[in-house]
Design a protein around this ligand. Structure first.
Ligand code: F0G
Length: 352
């Protein structure tokens, strides 16, 4: 069979599973690595997009969740809990359904995209809106998992990182070697940690000849790692990365320093501009947080930090359908036409 079997089956020997681990999967992973035409032109490099919105629940979180929920099930957990800016909760809710488990999610009040809320709801999760930000939600989720019999499935759970590192394997498998630079949005910093682990493991085992430089980008109103201090009131339109005190802060710094990379910040304006460019010029619709990687690459290129001729991969982390408000906002209203070909052609500017 040619069907992709899900990342645990595809990379079983590189993951902490045994023959008796109950694999909870929606066949996640195996996502497209799409050549980016305009970005390649603008940078003089070979730029690719790792389109993680193509995962079953529409974000990279599914990679971590198949591992975390499988492990929780193996350990006999009957319930899982997470804090989330939306995607983790959507993924946890779906995988909990597959596992026959109860799922509880803690989200910052009024600060998550509607599509993500809808996912958690339709999958039957118990949702608590916390009067606080993501960092408060994570503190609460950790506390609950210590006191009550629920498994924590945030990226502080090492199984999450293990699952997410497989994205690096896929990229090396597709390109034949690691890229020169890998660019990611950074929120709680689990994903940059996971990619770096994956690249290092593949290189150590001779599956790649080298590791890439890791470039991470935060939103400028939520950039604790760049600013060097926790942000108490993180702000950004990219709600997925509206995080003021990343759990994997030290690991992100290690990824940056060990790889000779960088972590910088981009403004909401830069994020929205990259968001529109990806949709209108590359045909790839991502959510705003995902566009932070591309915004960062373009910003770095403007600063003269991108030597031509390199191979660069940007991870775009989540599907644009999760948060379509930004696509509609400011766009012209569609015009209404009668059922008449000539009238329709006129509005479309078509000439016979
Ligand atoms: N992009 C998207 C679409 C995300 O949902 C997240 C994180 C990130 C980037 C950042 O990844 O946290 O590993 O550095 N979302 C988490 C959530 C926090 O709850 O869904 P990170």
């Amino acid at each position: 069979t040619h069907q992709w079997r899900g990342l645990i089956e595809e990379y079983r020997d590189r993951l902490p599973v045994t023959d008796t681990t109950p694999v909870v999967t929606l066949l996640e992973g195996g996502t497209p690595l799409v050549p980016a035409q305009l970005l390649s032109e603008r940078t003089g490099c070979d730029v690719y997009l790792k389109v993680e919105g193509a995962n079953p629940t529409g974000s990279f979180k599914d990679r971590g969740m198949t591992m975390a929920i499988s492990q929780a099930k193996e350990q006999g957990a009957q319930a899982v809990i997470c804090a989330s800016t939306g995607n983790t909760s959507a993924s946890a809710a779906a995988y909990a359904v597959r596992a026959g488990m109860v799922c509880a999610v803690l989200v910052p009040q009024g600060k998550i995209a509607l599509g993500k809320m809808g996912q958690a709801l339709v999958h039957g999760a118990s949702i608590l809106q916390v009067d606080g930000n993501f960092d408060d939600c994570l503190t609460l989720a950790r506390g609950l998992s210590e006191k009550y019999p629920v498994a924590l499935v945030n990226s502080v759970n090492p199984a999450r990182i293990e699952g997410q590192k497989t994205a690096s394997f896929e990229i090396v498998d597709a390109l034949g070697d690691a890229p020169d630079i890998h660019v990611l949005p950074v929120g709680n910093a689990g994903n940059i940690t996971a990619y770096w682990k994956g690249y290092r493991e593949y290189a150590a085992d001779g599956m790649a000849t080298r590791t890439p430089r890791m470039w991470g980008f935060q939103a400028s109103g939520s950039a604790p790692i760049v600013d060097g201090a926790p942000v108490l009131q993180p702000q950004t339109i990219a709600t997925a990365i509206r995080i003021g005190n990343p759990a994997s802060w030290d690991f992100a710094l290690a990824a940056r320093d060990e790889s000779g990379g960088l972590i910088d910040k981009v403004t909401d304006r830069q994020i929205l501009s990259a968001y529109r460019l990806l949709a209108s010029r590359e045909g790839v619709f991502v959510e705003p947080a995902s566009a932070a990687s591309v915004a960062g690459l373009l910003y770095a290129a403007e600063q003269g930090l991108v030597d031509p001729g390199q191979r660069i991969v940007c991870t775009v982390t989540g599907n644009g359908l999760k948060d379509p408000d930004w696509a509609v906002m400011g766009a012209p209203q569609p015009v209404v036409v009668p059922v008449d070909a000539d009238a329709a052609a006129e509005r479309l500017g078509l000439t016979g």
